[in-house]
Design a protein around this ligand. Structure first.
Ligand code: ATP
Ligand code: MG
Length: 566
């Protein structure tokens, strides 16, 4: 199988965001400071798209000796929860980034934002509007034609101040009034057609409790929060490009520190859903076991599945950033993952579909400890002992009674190598009434201990095995992509049931036998099961029967291993 991502670049390339910063630093803009922020809304768990934004913001700050803040964009009290705040902090740390003592909340700025709103009212640049949400939409008009001014647009400053104070005091019900910026109802940019700054919402907030019953909108909050924190480069995704004139308008009209907003492309990953709203739906309706289900594209899901933070960072540096949205192949993420796990994971032998092998000429009660290399990519990882005895398990697939031509593994009369142990030759098989093989009989050559052939004779295949009486039963959870469709993320028809596209085979539970060194493993430890793939011990794995999530298969298919004649 050819791999389309073989030529992926190794190192972070320069990109247009970085170029802007290089230029600003060279020109001494903002006293040559670089200060970025990562501003999640705490309404869900972070996903791989957020990782891209995190790596970009924290990475640029690191590179230029600057700082990056973590800021919770918590202006929407009805959807936000403390659970999400906690998970976001855990995930950013896990990815390897540190906001030091700079964790902020937009809600910390509610008093300041209110004062600035009063300032805009006094300057005649904001007004209280009594139109309903539907009416506001109607007055806003259609593209290509100017909208209509609100009939409340020309209220006096005194009346506006009085009404805004009473909005804050809780005199009016939800939705009765809004505070709007007075900009331009004829602007070709809809965001500039007297946008709403405050709405009435009698709801408790996860931090401010019941102090407020008016809440600022995202657009009114974001730039000012950036300004308060002394941000220099406010990096966000492309859908905010049309909001930039409004971002600029608020900062200019308030006359406060003015960061530069820069937009980059959102990550879309094939066969992957990255909408928090839809991911929440999957969790709430039980399509997955939770936000950290190993099939979820959340950072907590990837962590539980066995992704390392290094692999995700490598992927983020490879995809880079640009000014146009595209679809990235899931294969590129898996490529970075395999590359990193190959470097870092301990090897272990496990058999997923066991069939018994009896080595007839091996002494009945003898047990030998074979030396096995823990990680051929990392000599410092050392070796371990793997017990060998008369009765073993091998993979059912590694024996064929009637082998096809290119099949080099075990068959009657053929010799193969048991990894780290001996060369064995198959002599006969036993079958049950249905014809299924129950025991494979072999002999071993005592002169080949460690898998060496002193006479230099060649065997074409090396297979893995476990000693039957020493092996440990384990549960393997094998995953496939959650969505069948290539681009489930961009489906915009809200009436279409996106769950119809879920892959019914996304989880398969199997059990197998694994070598006894597994007893030393802890939850979330990562392994390469020799010849099978990368696996990670589940976070809830305890006690007698360990549970492993398959992170990703090995790149080589069985066919490729065979043709290479291992
Ligand atoms: P959603 O629409 O799924 O709720 P969001 O953009 O509203 O996503 P936020 O919590 O507001 O989610 O995102 C925090 C930051 O992460 C923002 O700066 C946002 O631009 C960035 N981000 C979110 N999703 C992606 C993505 N798919 N690719 C790159 N950056 C992203
Ligand atoms: Mg958002």
């Amino acid at each position: 199988m050819s791999n389309p991502v073989e030529d992926a670049p190794e190192l972070p390339r320069s990109n247009f965001v970085r170029d802007i910063i290089v230029e600003d630093v060279r020109n001494g803009k903002n006293q040559a400071r670089v200060h970025t922020r990562f501003p999640p809304e705490p309404n869900g768990y972070l996903h791989i798209g957020h990782a891209k934004a995190i790596c970009l913001n924290f990475g640029l700050a690191q590179e230029f000796g600057g700082q990056c803040n973590l800021r919770f964009d918590d202006t929407n009290p009805t959807k936000e929860e403390v659970e999400y705040v906690d998970s976001i902090m855990e995930d950013v740390r896990w990815l390897g980034f540190d906001w030091e003592d700079r964790c902020y909340y937009a809600s910390d700025y509610f008093d300041q934002l209110y004062e600035w709103a009063v300032q805009l009212i006094k300057a005649g640049k904001a007004f209280v509007c009594d139109l309903s949400a539907d009416q506001i939409r109607e007055y806003r008009g259609i593209p290509g034609q100017p909208g209509r001014n609100s009939p409340y647009r020309d209220r006096t400053v005194e009346e506006n101040l009085d009404l805004f104070t009473r909005m804050k005091a809780g005199e009016f019900p939800d939705g009765a009034r809004t505070l709007r910026a007075k900009i331009d109802m004829a602007s070709p940019n809809f965001n500039m057609r007297d946008p709403v700054m405050y709405r009435i919402l009698h709801a408790s907030h996860h931090r401010t409790g019941d102090k407020w019953c008016i809440y600022p909108t995202y657009d009114y909050t974001h730039g000012e929060s950036d300004s308060i924190e002394g941000i220099t480069h406010s990096i966000c995704t492309l859908e905010f490009e049309d909001h930039r004139p409004l971002y600029d308008w608020y900062l200019e009209n308030l006359g406060i520190h003015h960061p530069q907003q820069i937009e980059f492309d959102r990550l879309h990953l094939s066969n992957t859903m990255l909408s928090k709203r839809k991911l929440l739906h999957l969790v709430q309706r039980g399509y997955v076991s939770g936000w950290d289900d190993p099939r979820m594209p959340t950072l907590s899901g990837f962590r539980r599945r066995g992704y390392s933070p290094e692999a995700i960072r490598l992927f983020c540096s490879r995809i880079g950033v640009s000014k146009t949205n595209g679809l990235i192949e899931l294969g590129l993420l898996e490529h970075s993952l395999r590359e990193e796990l190959n470097r870092s994971s301990a090897r272990i032998m496990a058999v997923m579909d066991p069939v018994k092998v009896v080595v007839d000429n091996y002494p009945d009660d003898l047990v030998e400890e074979m030396d096995a290399v823990n990680n051929p990519e990392d000599p410092a990882a050392g070796t371990r002992h793997v017990p060998f005895s008369k009765t073993l398990y091998i993979e059912r697939e590694d024996f064929r009674e009637n082998p096809p031509k290119q099949y080099h593994r075990l068959t009657i009369g053929r010799e193969v190598r048991l990894r780290y142990a001996y060369l064995i030759t198959c002599t006969s098989v036993e079958k049950d009434a249905s014809g299924e093989i129950t025991v494979i009989h072999c002999t071993y050559d005592p002169a080949t201990r460690g898998g060496n052939t002193p006479d230099g004779r060649k065997v074409k295949s090396t297979i893995h095995w476990v000693s039957a009486k020493h092996s440990v039963d384990f549960e393997a959870r094998l995953y496939e992509q959650l969505f069948n469709e290539e681009n489930p993320d961009t489906e915009e028809d809200p009436n279409k049931d996106f769950t119809a596209n879920l892959n019914p085979k996304s989880l398969e539970v199997r059990s197998g036998k694994i070598e006894p060194s597994v007893r030393g493993a802890k939850p979330l430890d990562r392994f390469q099961f020799e010849r099978l793939g990368y696996f990670c011990m589940d976070r809830d794995s305890t006690g007698e029967k360990p549970v492993f999530n398959r992170t990703v298969g090995l790149r080589d298919t069985w066919a490729k291993i065979e043709s290479k004649g291992r």
